[in-house]
Write a protein that binds this ligand. Structure first.
Ligand code: HAM
Length: 440
């Protein structure tokens, strides 16, 4: 149904605009995460937002919340193809690795970032368009790389100044081990069928492991006595899980083993993990991942061990804000005020020249007198005003005025001397460079 013309158009429910200055914080957060990923040798990959629907049904699993009820799927009206807005990044990344034979050449450590789409009920920390930064490793089977991913995230929390993140680990074993556990789990839960809720009864035959993750207190109580998957693990899975834990202990990473951690996507095997916080209310999982050794083969590629994680940018942003982990957005260094035709022309030249030397410059646009322009310079938080009238322009000069120092004086200086003066006299260059790259 089309909206009446008089009605104002709004963004889609659960899909939010990220406005300034928040968007500036986002950019800095993303830069900090990317710096950390690159320090561990991860390389960027850019993937499509729209993928064929069968990619997700096959990868994530038919009987998962995502595939059953959360995907934005549609039929391409031009060719009848079934398409879906990606609900996550792992499946598309594995598809790209197979399609381009990336894992045939060497181990791949990849990262991506961007919007994901899930038709969930929106609430604080849960959106229909949200953003993930994900890392995926293809071609390594040992516990070392599982642990490396966790150490990387631990370093990131430190870089961002975040405290109180708890790490939860579990092992989902191999498919054969899960099959034995599954049979026993179904038999156990069938004994309580009358007391299970509708969701659990529906999952009983199709995806009983997910029942362990139920939020219903009565179902949780029943699950407390259920057979534990960890007890079904064979020697190799146990050794892998022990290996991950040993590296984490050596590195001083604290963790809890949570047998209820089953994840909402079916592609996992062996180690899975989540970083959780109690500072974000109900949506406390900030980062989650694990191993998915079967996925590449399942999607038609050569068997390739793999593991990875994705963090939720909205949740990480909220956590940074809650913990004051964000510096104020950086204001312009120079506000360039000008009045008069010759002054306007010189102003453009001076602004470009300052930017050439790395000075963040806001050029006044829109005319008006100097008084109003100086108010704007103050409001923008600039450190300096460069003021040009036609008189200054006629002698290729400008007025330079510090806006942060108590002295109200200003100096008339030659245009070609301006960048040097700003750098030498007003900025401590080293401190400024550090300021630009440190923190978020
Ligand atoms: P996931 O647990 O579905 O895993 O999502 C990862 C993270 O994305 C969550 O921990 C959360 O921070 C964020 N997230 C998920 N849904 C929403 C939402 N509706 N609104 C806001 N944030 C959300 C995956 O997506 C896997 N692909 C992770 C992975 C990568 N496993 C291996 N490699």
């Amino acid at each position: 149904m089309s909206q009446p013309l008089s009605q104002r158009l709004q963004s889609v429910r659960g899909m939010n605009d990220i406005l300034p200055p928040e968007a500036e914080h986002w950019a800095r957060l993303e830069a900090a995460v990317i710096a950390c990923l690159e320090a561990y040798g991860y390389k960027p990959i850019r993937l499509p937002i729209v993928e064929p629907t069968p990619l997700f049904t096959r990868a994530i699993g038919e009987v998962t919340d995502i595939v059953e009820k959360e995907m934005y799927s549609f039929v391409d009206s031009l060719n009848g193809e079934e398409l879906t807005l990606r609900p996550e990044g792992t499946a598309g990344c594995a598809r790209a690795v197979i399609q381009h034979g990336l894992a045939n050449q060497s181990t791949q450590r990849l990262y991506y970032l961007g919007p994901m789409f899930r038709h969930e009920r929106p609430q604080k920390g849960r959106y229909r368009q949200f953003h993930q930064i994900g890392a995926e490793v293809f071609g390594l089977a040992g516990p070392d790389v599982d642990a490396e991913l966790i150490l990387l995230t631990r370093r990131l929390w430190r870089d961002l100044g975040l405290v109180g993140m708890r790490l939860q680990l579990n092992s989902l074993g191999q498919p054969e081990e899960r099959a034995r556990h599954r049979a026993d789990l179904i038999a156990y839960l069938e004994g309580f069928a009358a007391s299970l809720d509708e969701d659990a009864r529906r999952r009983l035959q199709s995806n009983p492991l997910r029942i362990l993750d139920s939020k219903n207190p009565q179902v949780r109580e029943i699950c407390a006595g259920a057979p534990r998957l960890l007890e079904y693990l064979g020697a190799e899975s146990l050794a892998h899980f022990a290996g991950v834990q040993r590296i984490l202990r050596d590195a001083g990473v604290e963790f809890d083993i949570n047998p209820r951690l089953v994840r909402g996507l079916d592609y996992y095997n062996r180690g899975v993990f989540e970083w959780v916080t109690d500072k974000l209310g109900a949506q406390g999982t900030v980062c989650a991942g694990g191993r998915y050794d079967g996925l590449v083969a399942q999607l038609g590629g050569k068997p390739t061990p793999a593991c990875g994680f994705a963090l939720g940018v909205e949740r990480l942003m909220a956590l940074c804000a809650a913990q004051d982990g964000m510096a104020a957005p950086s204001p312009p260094e120079v506000y360039l005020a000008h009045q008069g035709e010759a002054a306007g022309r010189l102003a453009f030249r001076v602004a470009e020249m300052l930017r050439d030397t790395g000075v963040k410059t806001l050029l006044h646009c829109g005319g008006g007198g100097f008084k109003a322009q100086m108010k704007k310079a103050d409001g923008a938080g600039a450190a300096f005003a460069v003021i040009i009238g036609d008189d200054e322009a006629s002698s290729d000069e400008v007025q330079l005025k510090s806006l942060r120092e108590a002295t109200t004086g200003q100096r008339r200086v030659r245009v070609d001397a301006l960048p040097g003066l700003i750098h030498e006299h007003f900025f401590n260059d080293t401190a400024r460079k550090e300021d630009k790259h440190g923190g978020i």
